[in-house]
Design a protein. Structure first.
Length: 757
């Protein structure tokens, strides 16, 4: 296996020292507060769940200033979320889905039990959450719709019996970032409770754009959520959620760091050669996103059993106009993108009472969805020395119907030994279509056949249908070693459905074209891609230490993936989809909490990840770095023995929360976070210029609060050491070896305050 040298001793040594220190402290009567999760569709202690799962509660989300899933990923071992190119991208244990609208996500998001499979759905309101649960590894039974790499479960805060509310506001002056969050909750009658939450956020941007004389991305976001709980009778509880969010943005946090061939033919173009929070993009990049979510949950008591029905509806509309794909100050490649999506789902689930010899869950699931995507692109290649100007339009549609039945049963053999087996049967049908029309940008006439071959593009009109059916079993053995230690072994399988490529541009055979651009074009049959499958073995332990003052959870895993779906940049207009082949992922995960004193809680997470492509012959070759051309003559590379993008070998986070009394009704509350990620590539072609070096990001929050939590004022600092962190990278269209990158925000200092009533 080909590996780069990495300085990995720092996080491991720190974890060992922390564990050694904890083992020598006399905990006396200190006791950690129990974390409750619903990772197995039952209310359970996190320490009783035989899964590698992390839970972040609402208080930590607020204290750390976690605005979205990308912020959250810094606090969860082996989770990485990046804004990505056209869509957000989520990775668990190095597995994720690339930037193609035809993909469903390998990491599935569930909002209050409703499956969100499209990456843009994760842009919906991230506010007023009770907790977030991150389940690592295939979740094929209870979270069964395309959760091949893992699942992120968002749990909204629930209505309360007592009337209460809270308003919080924050302001970061350097980037003109303002945010207001508020909620109101209470009983409307003896049987009806409600909770309403709102969010309003604006940001002035942190990337300087001298071409347009502005900073970007500029954001304006609003969201509202209402949840109602109704005790219809003694047996039936009905919950309704209504949610709407709207996002408007100008520009992306992307900049060109190497112009490649552009630098030779276009003298005025700026090329700083490094990521420095400056872009010269000339396109407006006006983005609008609007989403609606509805959920009806019925919990009906059938004796000691509970019958649950969850009906979910979700839709969104997305547009991005005049996106400058080349990120330079001249007109080269401009995109207009539009997408509409809606889905309707229904799940029925019967849960046994628990604590019986046999505990079980059985259920059925159905979902239907429809997606429409349109991309219009203008390429004025003559502005950088190429004799062609092109306008192309590319509409895409995809419809899907899925149904499944599932069952999971636990045999409690005795007080210490439990065996759980699960099985899910899924059938899915999809239909898709994609067309492309290419015209001369100046005359409106047809592009000459010579230039179509020159640029590897072709007018086409494709359509297809596919049907899949699959069984996904799982087996878990759980053993209580003593009253405080639980061991578990899990074998689980995962599955992600196939589909249709939304962004392919041609039907030619791969080769190096006369421009010298290595493009990937795998023929007309690459419109359809096959399902992806995985099998995981995991061995873990969950331990209570120091008489309840500390916890330590450890898991070892190996996952073998087959027919992995990847998205490969074609060097011109978009990304082509293919089934890469196979990969093996191994690793270690540790997380723990320690109540060192009555006023100090330390929590940490450590992950080691070893990702290896075992079969990937049509990978995009890097312009700079290790190049291993394959034997097919396609101009692409073999990545066998190499790693994937977004797979840091070591990740580590450490958080210390301290409370200091300043009197009878005043406290100083301090939180310090350190989040470390090892070297990793940020682009799928493993170009060494887009390798993010190992870095630690420090965040801090210091607040003055009343002991009864009525009010609080705080100073918040993020990325205090002002690290330049590349989140995502890609090649620049038509530039040969040119590359661009998207950057994390630099050091951000903010003031915030809150008032509860």
């Amino acid at each position: 296996m080909m590996k780069r040298f990495k300085n990995s001793r720092t996080p491991l040594a720190l974890a060992v020292m922390l564990a050694a220190s904890a083992s020598q402290i006399n905990a006396e009567s200190l006791m950690l507060e129990e974390i409750v999760v619903t990772a197995q569709k039952r209310v359970e202690s996190l320490q009783d769940v035989p899964i590698s799962v992390s839970a972040i509660d609402g208080d930590k989300i607020a204290e750390a200033g976690i605005e979205n899933l990308q912020d959250l990923s810094a606090y969860v071992p082996n989770l990485k979320v990046v804004e990505g190119g056209l869509v957000p991208q989520m990775f668990i244990r190095g597995i994720g889905s690339g930037g193609n609208q035809g993909f469903e996500q390998s990491v599935a998001t569930y909002a209050d039990g409703v499956y969100y499979g499209r990456s843009l759905q994760s842009r919906s309101a991230f506010m007023d959450l009770q907790r977030v649960e991150v389940l690592r590894g295939p979740q094929s039974i209870l979270f069964g719709k395309n959760s091949i790499a893992g699942a992120i479960s968002l749990v909204s805060a629930k209505p309360t019996e007592d009337f209460e509310g809270k308003v919080s506001a924050s302001y970061a002056p350097e980037f003109d970032e303002q945010e207001i969050n508020a909620y109101l909750s209470g009983a409307l009658s003896d049987t009806l409770r409600a909770r309403v939450a709102i969010r309003d956020r604006q940001e002035g941007g942190y990337i300087e754009n001298p071409t347009l004389n502005r900073d970007q991305p500029q954001s304006d976001e609003q969201a509202i959520r209402a949840i109602f709980e109704w005790d219809a009778n003694e047996e039936l509880l009905a919950t309704v959620k209504l949610e709407h969010s709207n996002i408007e943005k100008l520009g992306r946090p992307r900049e060109a760091i190497d112009l490649g061939r552009y630098a030779l033919v276009a003298g005025p173009l700026q090329d700083d050669g490094e990521a420095n929070h400056t872009t010269f993009a000339n396109g407006d990049g006006a983005l609008e996103f609007e989403s609606n979510n509805f959920m009806l949950k019925l919990d009906y008591a059938l004796g000691d059993h509970t019958l649950t029905s969850i009906t979910g509806y979700s839709d969104y509309k997305y547009s991005e106009l005049d996106y400058d794909a080349d990120n330079t100050e001249v007109e080269v490649n401009s995109l207009d993108m539009f997408e509409e999506f809606e889905q309707l789902s229904q799940e029925l689930r019967l849960v046994s009472p628990g604590d019986e010899t046999i505990d079980y869950i059985v259920g059925a699931f159905y979902q239907t969805s429809e997606q429409k995507y349109l991309e219009n692109a203008s390429i004025q290649a003559s502005n950088v020395g190429f004799p062609v100007n092109l306008y192309t339009t590319r509409p895409f549609t995809q419809e899907s119907d899925t149904w499944a039945i599932f069952a999971q049963a636990t045999w409690n053999i005795d007080e210490t030994l439990r065996v759980t087996g699960g099985l899910r049967y899924t059938e899915e049908s999809k239909s898709g279509s994609r067309a492309q029309t290419n015209t001369d940008l100046l005359t409106g006439g047809q592009i000459p056949a010579f230039f179509q071959g020159f640029l590897k593009i072709q007018d086409h009109d494709l359509s297809g249908k596919r049907d899949e059916e699959i069984l996904t079993p799982s087996l878990n053995v759980q053993y209580d070693l003593d009253g405080d230690t639980m061991l578990y072994f899990t074998y689980s399988t995962g599955y992600k459905s196939g589909g249709f490529d939304a962004r392919g541009i041609n039907a030619y055979t791969s080769s190096n074209n006369p421009l010298g651009l290595s493009t990937t074009s795998l023929g007309g049959d690459n419109f359809e891609f096959e399902e992806e499958e995985a099998a995981t073995f995991e061995l873990g332990a969950k331990m209570g230490l120091l008489d309840g003052a500390a916890e330590l959870n450890v898991s070892l895993f190996q996952t073998d993936y087959e027919q992995m779906q990847v998205s490969v940049f074609d060097g011109l207009l978009g990304f082509n989809v293919l089934n890469a082949g196979a990969a093996t992922v191994r690793g270690l995960e540790m997380d723990g909490r320690w109540m060192a004193t009555e006023n100090l809680i330390i929590s940490s997470g450590l992950a080691y990840l070893d990702f290896e492509w075992t079969d990937y012959d049509e990978a995009p070759c890097p312009s700079v770095g290790i190049s291993t051309p394959n034997s097919s003559g396609s101009g692409n590379c073999s990545f066998a023995g190499m790693e994937n993008m977004q797979t840091p070998e070591w990740t580590f986070n450490l958080s210390a929360n301290h409370t200091y009394s300043l009197g009878d009704n005043l406290e100083l509350r301090t939180t310090l976070d350190a989040n470390f990620k090892d070297n990793h590539y940020t682009s799928g072609n493993l170009d060494e210029r887009q390798e993010q070096r190992a870095a630690t990001v420090w965040n801090m929050r210091m607040g003055l609060a009343s002991t009864d939590d009525v009010w609080q004022v705080a100073f918040v600092g993020k990325n205090l050491s002002d690290q330049r962190i590349m989140n995502y990278g890609t090649k620049i269209s038509l530039s040969g070896s040119g590359i661009s990158t998207e950057l994390m925000r630099p050091r951000t200092l903010a003031l915030e305050g809150s008032y509860a009533f």
